[in-house]
Design a binder for this molecule. Sequence first.
Ligand code: AAL
Length: 374
Amino acid sequence: MSATEGMDARPISAATRRARQYTGTPEWFCEFTTTEVVGLGPEVGVHRRDPSSVLLVDGVFHTWYSRSTGETVGFGSGDPGAKVFPWDLSEIWHATSTDGQVWVEQGRAVGAGAPGAYDDRSVFTPEVLEHEGRFHLVYQVISSPYRLRSYESIAMATASSPEGPWVKSPAPLLEPSRTGEWLGDEDNRLAVLSQGDFDSLKVHDPILLPYDGRFFLYYKGEQKGEAYTMGGRSTRWGVAIAESVDGPYERSPLNPVTNSGHETCLWLHDDGVAALLTTDGPERNTMQFAPDGLNFEITAYLPNPPIAAGPLRRRTPTTTPLDGVRWGLSHDVSGPWHFITGFRADERMKDLYAAGISPETAPAAGSWTSTPTD
Ligand code: AAL
């Protein structure tokens, strides 16, 4: 509080008091533009969603994503083989591009396992890490049958090239904690005698970052007996840490490390970890930063963040935070067939703030450029 404010005897409202606590810095703020992605766009009969980060390898961009076909009929059809969600009965597919806008589908990278395997129902929502010449896909797995009360885990597949072949981990990398107690036998994930941990029912949306000499596996948790909070669903993120990329991964005692967010989007920034949180919770649609990868603080509120963002993955930590999300892929799930779109951070805002120019005088969209090759 400044001296003047200290001497100001006038009462202030709760909102003014709160406003004085917002110290976000302009370089974290931007608006986003949605772009069309050729080759992974809308197609009747096909769902493409939850794209990974984009990797640039030898001049070619790569992405992996959930791909499934056929109509979703939901639960309660009586047919245990019926597709219950757009990500049910899914595979992980691979696509490449030379400009980030026109993509060519290359086919299946990872499929569901044989009957009885831990991933025999669906594999979906992948992320990718290139580390020391190896490529690691981390993704969600589910085993049959698919029920609302099904536990969901995270697994990994590794290859020496983006083209594969991908070798699956013999067991999941991370499983839900399974704490809490169900109420009754009805397939209702909200009916509990006691709630479980924030990640007791499902661990989702993995993303793997090499950080601080170890491997940080961030994920979204879903809770047995999830309650609703002021931001809607209460989904939160945790992190599990390993000395070796293959694990074992141990949950941080600080979990959950966010109180909000849905699909994970994080990147290395300076000496810490930056995050884009969307969709759920009181801190949805914010940028955040944790100087230690664990203790996140809000750095900016965002008007229109991309959903399920998979930005171009940098090889070194960013020094300008928006470089972590300059462009990438996201998804559109508003219609019956889900598809992949592109996004760009509108850097006009960053430049204008840096130059001390008011955003009201911003040039029209289209008068700025952002090369997709770096
Ligand atoms: C997404 C992600 C995970 C969920 C489903 C598919 O928004 O959180 O991937 O399992 O929805």
